[in-house]
Design a protein around this ligand. Structure first.
Ligand code: MEV
Length: 424
């Protein structure tokens, strides 16, 4: 039992070793020995490594990694590792990919691997002049940026472009500088943040203003991943299904309430691959949703049309700031294995695969929603979770889950009653 008066002010908590932190948390929260052992078991992520990835570590959180089969991308078959706690997500990708496999699968492309860092400048009386003065320093800025990361430059990356805008804000006019930097196989946050921080004092000196924020933008619209695919009428189930799917897409594209759910489904697939490869799910999600609203209204990340031949064509385009080097991608043993299973040789290749997964996910969601509804497929898997929540273990789980599906009521109270029957 937790003592409600226990203090969360634990001096030096960050300096403790993991076992001592577990002790402190156990005292605070009233955890028993079994709880402590559970936390101490970090599975296939060594505790030491976990302790170096984030602060104040007391354990790890295992998420299932599934593999999506049937994916053919740019003529090559791929197995796609996906880390997700949500049932039906992996199955959805497999199903969509199976239905377009014979027609050639997915074709992908990418706009580039450029990230944007922003520098905020305020307090200049002549913002238009300041803007031009900054633009005049382009070559100096290039040298300063590239000087921050000679390794990146050696690998073919580095400063690419300079954009400066005068932004009207509630606090008056600000001058916003964008450093456009090719970060190649790195997601690039560290590289561009260092450049922005290095450059900021120079911008302040050149303009007489005050620089404030110096940070990347997650609206990585110089790093757009694209995928397209055609599902043949006979493979997807006929014109009625196709037209219902199209109507579902039209609804999403016209209505932000629906678009949020439509895009959430897309991100089910995308975030699962981003997570499995040790990349930053929040960065990709922020970029995706900001991009979905680029027209001034939040809309669909995919577009669906009927081809000349009457087949269903889908496309997706969204920012995809993922990397192969740096952070958890390089350090997390499961992420490294996921990348080997994927067999990608560059961040661009990874981004393109992820875009294809997003499109596949959307196809399956639209099809399920426009035909039988998602609960039928979802419930079969969900029934296993409910069976376990009701207390079923081992050999009891499967028959109980099947019974719940057969009854058409996948609910915890029904599961408990049925488990009692099963146990006689
Ligand atoms: C559920 O996690 C995702 C869906 O709601 C997506 C959609 O509605 O398109 C099924």
């Amino acid at each position: 039992m937790q003592d409600p008066t226990a203090s969360s002010r634990i001096a030096g908590f960050h300096k403790l070793g993991i076992p001592q932190r577990i002790d402190a948390v156990a005292r605070f929260a009233g955890l028993d020995d079994a709880d402590r052992q559970h936390l101490a078991d970090t599975g296939n992520l060594p505790a030491d490594l976990a302790g170096h990835l984030i602060e104040n570590v007391i354990g790890t959180m295992n998420i299932p990694v599934g593999v999506a089969t049937n994916m053919k991308i740019d003529g090559r078959d791929r197995l796609i590792p996906m880390a997700t706690e949500e049932s039906s997500v992996v199955a959805a990708v497999c199903n969509a990919a199976r239905q377009c496999y014979e027609n050639g699968g997915f074709t992908t492309s990418m706009s580039g691997t450029q990230m944007i860092a922003q520098i905020q400048l305020a307090g200049v009386p002549d913002p238009e002049h300041a803007r031009i003065r900054i633009l005049e320093r382009r070559e100096e800025i290039r040298a300063l940026c590239d000087g921050c990361d000679p390794v990146l430059v050696r690998l073919g990356g580095g400063f690419r472009d300079l954009e400066v805008r005068v932004l009207g804000t509630r606090g008056g006019a600000m001058v916003i500088t964008h450093l456009v930097v090719d970060t190649r196989d790195a997601m690039g946050a560290n590289a561009v943040n260092t450049m922005a921080e290095t450059l900021a004092p120079h911008i302040a000196a050149w303009t007489g203003g005050q620089t404030n924020l110096r940070i990347l933008s997650n609206l990585a619209d110089r790093r757009l991943a694209r995928a397209r695919c055609v599902w043949r009428l006979q493979d997807l189930g006929g014109a009625e299904v196709r037209d219902a799917m199209l109507a579902a897409y039209h609804f999403a594209d016209a209505d932000p309430y629906r678009a949020a759910t439509h895009n959430k489904g897309i991100m089910n697939g995308i975030s699962a691959v981003v997570l499995a490869t040790g990349n930053d799910t929040r960065a990709v999600e922020a970029g995706a949703h900001a991009y979905a609203a680029r027209g001034g209204r939040y809309a669909s990340l995919t577009a669906w049309e009927v081809t000349h031949g009457g087949d269903l064509a889908g496309v997706i385009e969204l920012p995809m700031a993922v990397g192969l080097i740096g952070g958890a991608t390089k350090l997390h043993p499961t992420a490294r294995l996921a990348l080997r299973i994927l067999g990608v040789a560059s961040a661009e290749e990874l981004a393109r695969v992820i875009a294809a997964v997003g499109l596949a996910q959307n196809f399956s969601a639209l099809k399920a929603l426009a035909t039988t509804g998602i609960q039928k497929g979802h419930m079969a898997l969900h029934a296993h979770n409910i069976a376990m929540m009701a207390g079923a273990t081992g050999d009891e789980i499967e028959p109980l889950a099947r019974r719940l599906v057969a009854l058409g009521t996948v609910r915890i109270d029904v599961a408990q009653a049925e488990l009692a029957v099963l146990r006689g």
